[in-house]
Ligand binder design. Structure first.
Ligand SMILES: [Zn+2]
Length: 114
């Protein structure tokens, strides 16, 4: 890969995301809630689905956020956006690392020249 190719690739990746405003980190879980008594649904063994957003933090801490069913599509999309953003940032970082190494190699070559 040449410098020009790396720069073009990096800038293309960077341009893909206009704004990180919609990102959300975590994972989506579905839990079943069962009432112990007085609920026909639970008496039939069906239970009630409950959506939870689980977010992990350093030190093994996690936070759980209960979601209304209508929030689930939005949350799912935001989680996907976070993932895409992260992957793109990682790819851009790799390309910048490549450029950094290229700069170093080139300055070394210049030093060697008489
Ligand atoms: Zn119930």
């Amino acid at each position: 890969m040449t410098r020009e190719q790396a720069i073009r690739k990096r800038d293309k990746l960077a341009a893909r995301f206009s704004s990180p405003a919609g990102v959300l980190r975590g994972s989506l879980l579905q839990r079943m809630i069962h009432h112990s008594s007085g609920c026909r649904k639970c008496a039939r063994g069906e239970g009630h689905p409950l959506w939870v957003l689980t977010v992990g933090y350093p030190g093994g801490k996690t936070r759980q956020v209960s979601l209304r069913p209508e929030q689930v599509p939005q949350v799912r999309q935001a989680l996907q956006q976070y993932h895409q953003f992260k992957q793109t940032l990682e790819a851009i970082s790799e390309l910048n690392q490549f450029l950094l190494r290229l700069d170093r190699e080139e300055s070394k070559d210049e030093e060697r020249q008489p």
